[in-house]
Write a protein of this length. Sequence first.
Length: 194
Amino acid sequence: MAKMSKKKIFFDFFEKKVEKSGGLWGKMRNFVAKFHLSNVRMRFLGNIEAKTDAKGRVFLPSVFRKVLQSSGEEKLVMRKDVFQPCLVLYPESVWNEQMDTLRQRLSRWNARHQLIFRQFVADVEEVTLDGNGRFLIPKRYLKMAEIEQTVKFVGMGDTIEIWRSADGDKPFMEAEEFGQALEEIMGSSTENGL
């Protein structure tokens, strides 16, 4: 038996309540529930290498697929990272939160703000995994991230980054620089009682 999504379970539960109430709760027609599964947290961690096929398809690592499934997410949104030469996969709910946060900080009546928002949302791609857990990385995205064949998936908490793997095991920061940066950030927060 296939796993049911949390949304499907919710709707089935609610529909049974409507039936038992003799219709007192109303009909389920045209009912769209918007709810946030706040107790479900996505945590994508680690890095995994994979290969794209000739068409640009790649398997999303099973570890990351399990996180998506357990949180009831079905779609991903892909865009080029703002700062780095990599692609970012946002679960749909995380993408929507990011977009809402940005929209709230920008004025619709400010031309520059409109350009910023347009740039952020215009070049995105909706991603749906096929039955085998694969998805297509369009050629323009492969070019933007300079990806050839081998990629590295990096879990970033609530998002997944896709890097070209040509750089091998080169760290993002040198160990000494990383240690100093953490000491600066974490040391200052513990001094302030955080």
